[in-house]
Design a binder for this molecule. Structure first.
Ligand SMILES: [Zn+2]
Length: 286
């Protein structure tokens, strides 16, 4: 395995890029959290005896999420769609728009799956315990709109403090609620990386057509951690041919995945879950 030394100045550039990307993704993730929370609040405050979402609720949720996700994904993919490496012919653009639509749809599907599980957790809690609507209303006013609903639901259970102090076991399903934000941030980051990979592929293809050679023959995995060791440190600088896969080791668990790029969806969650490693394309053979 060949490892390339990444100059300090370049490291600083990647660190800045990472900070910018993180800000951007967190902002978009927060928009989703605010929307989903308002949806959940509505569900809890108007809870009836029905289990799960009605067809109408499901449709509204899907459409709104799709709109939020498409806006984010299109920002990523417009880099390729509007790049000079993509022919202005409409077919290429249609194919790319299709890719962006597919991406937005797959993000939405993953979010819907999680939200429906959360709705089930809420149904379980509401059936098993008495959730005080007034308390819930009071708490959602007190905390920010994007704040976790898991704690708020738990705190709104009647006699929760009594149950806790008496050592009564609150059933695990109370905590079966998982926030939408880590999933969304990870998928937004993945879309960002995938659009970059797509752009480099387009550049390579164009170069191959015009000059008979690749513009970037190599790629390098860039670990963007600073100071403290995170799971991908030992992979920093790993360099492989453009079409090859990186052999990525999770430094914490030892799990190994063959990955085309950071957050490659074919890898295990241990290596592909939320990650701000970067990838550098270049033409300097090892
Ligand atoms: Zn990483």
């Amino acid at each position: 395995m060949f490892y390339r030394e990444i100059p300090l100045i370049k490291k600083k550039f990647y660190l800045m890029k990472k900070a910018k990307s993180k800000r951007r993704n967190l902002k978009a993730t927060r928009r989703v959290a605010v929307y989903v929370n308002s949806f959940i609040d509505d569900y809890i405050l108007n809870h009836n005896d029905e289990y799960g979402l009605s067809f109408e609720q499901q449709t509204i949720l899907t459409n709104n999420l799709l709109q939020l996700n498409s806006a984010q994904v299109y920002k990523d993919y417009s880099r390729i769609i509007n790049s000079r490496y993509v022919d202005t012919n409409t077919l290429d653009k249609i194919i790319l728009r299709n890719q962006a639509d597919k991406k937005a749809l797959s993000i939405t599907t993953a979010q819907l799956e999680r939200i429906n599980k959360n709705i089930k957790a809420i149904d379980d809690v509401v059936t098993k315990y008495e959730v005080k609507v007034d308390k819930y209303k009071e708490l959602i006013k007190k905390y920010p709109q994007h704040a976790s609903r898991k704690g708020i639901i738990t705190e709104s259970i009647k006699n929760i403090n009594y149950m806790r102090s008496s050592g009564i076991n609150i059933q695990p399903h109370v905590f079966g609620y998982n926030e939408i934000s880590p999933l969304t941030e990870s998928l937004y980051r993945q879309s960002e990386v995938q659009s970059k990979v797509g752009l480099k592929e387009a550049e390579n293809e164009k170069s191959l057509q015009e000059n008979g050679e690749l513009k970037y023959a190599w790629k390098t995995w860039v670990w963007t951690g600073s100071g403290k060791t995170t799971r991908h440190r030992s992979n920093d600088g790993q360099t492989v041919a453009f079409d090859d896969l990186f052999e990525i080791v999770n430094d914490a668990t030892g799990e190994v995945d063959m990955m085309r790029y950071p957050l490659d969806p074919n890898a295990s969650f241990s290596n592909a879950g939320i990650c701000y490693c970067d990838i550098e394309y270049h033409n300097n053979p090892p």
